[in-house]
Design a protein around this ligand. Structure first.
Ligand SMILES: C[S@@+](CC[C@H](N)C(=O)[O-])C[C@H]1O[C@@H](n2cnc3c(N)ncnc32)[C@H](O)[C@@H]1O
Length: 253
């Protein structure tokens, strides 16, 4: 039976690749490399560098996977994501049939950790649910959330308290009343501005783990202007940005 490994490669620094991931990389016949267009060429290059650095020998194949644009969300965000997953599942199934022999092992190198805001696992489950025979395993990776906390040398949770991991879209609805620690990912609109009236600290990081890493921390109302400017300048210069931040209420500890 065909096998797929969904391998977390960490969120930017090749040193984040774990021993378990290196062992998995060395079993793979075919790497499926997502290609989202030209703007994140560097991320594709990092995946290739990881293969060259950690795989002994070169008897593996790299197969580019064109990733279609997701349609604008319209009235239903969930609906547009489901429709996009179904298209990807259809495309992946075709690629597996063409590019992966029976008994061969394919892999996706997933940025950060495959279980956090990533579609690969859901798409593979979708393909299997349609009856395509496939085994699969997930190898965890160091997510941008862990990289953010480590680089700022801050614990994600207060003692005995929960931490919420959410998106910029959700944060824009307001900072949750019953929580004091919230990690925000996938925020193209700097939703922290919407909660600037709350008494919060922000621990912000962009390009975490890479040589372009930028860190800013401080009282949200005091540093958010700097973050907006730094973010805009960095994105204009590189053509893309990935940033994550922790927001924490200031009135405890
Ligand atoms: C599609 S999600 C993928 C998350 C990934 N699976 C993980 O474990 O970090 C992409 C979001 O992750 C965050 N992210 C990923 N890598 C990052 C990095 N190196 N620096 C800052 N944020 C990052 C950003 O919030 C970005 O919008």
């Amino acid at each position: 039976m065909r096998k797929i490994l969904i391998i977390g490669i960490g969120a930017g620094n090749p040193d984040y690749v774990t021993v378990q991931a290196i062992n998995a990389l060395n079993q793979v016949d075919v790497f499926f490399i997502p290609d989202k267009g030209t703007d994140k060429v560097e991320l594709g290059r990092l995946r290739k560098d990881i293969c060259e650095r950690f795989i002994e020998g070169s008897d593996y194949r790299l197969v580019p996977v064109p990733i279609p644009e997701r349609a604008a969300a319209g009235t239903s965000y969930r609906g547009s994501v489901d429709e996009w997953h179904a298209r990807l599942a259809h495309d992946y199934e075709g690629l597996f049939t063409q590019e992966l022999g029976e008994g061969e092992c394919g892999a996706f190198l997933v940025w950060g950790d495959p279980t956090l805001y990533d579609s690969t696992l859901r798409i593979i489950e979708h393909i299997r649910a349609k009856g395509f025979a496939l085994e699969y395993d997930v190898i965890p990776g160091i997510s941008s959330v862990q990289a953010l906390a480590a680089q700022h040398r801050v614990a994600l949770n207060r003692i005995g308290e929960p931490v919420l991991i959410t998106t910029g879209r959700k944060l824009a609805e307001g900072f949750p009343n019953n929580l004091d620690s919230v990690v925000v990912m996938l925020d193209g609109d700097q939703a922290f501005k919407r909660v600037a009236g709350e008494d919060l600290d922000i621990y912000w990081g962009a390009y975490l783990g890479t040589e372009d890493e930028i860190l800013v921390a401080g009282k949200l109302s005091e540093v958010m202007g700097d973050i907006e400017r730094i973010r805009r300048e960095a994105r204009d210069e590189k053509g893309w940005i990935m940033d994550t931040y922790l927001l924490r209420r200031r009135d405890e500890d």
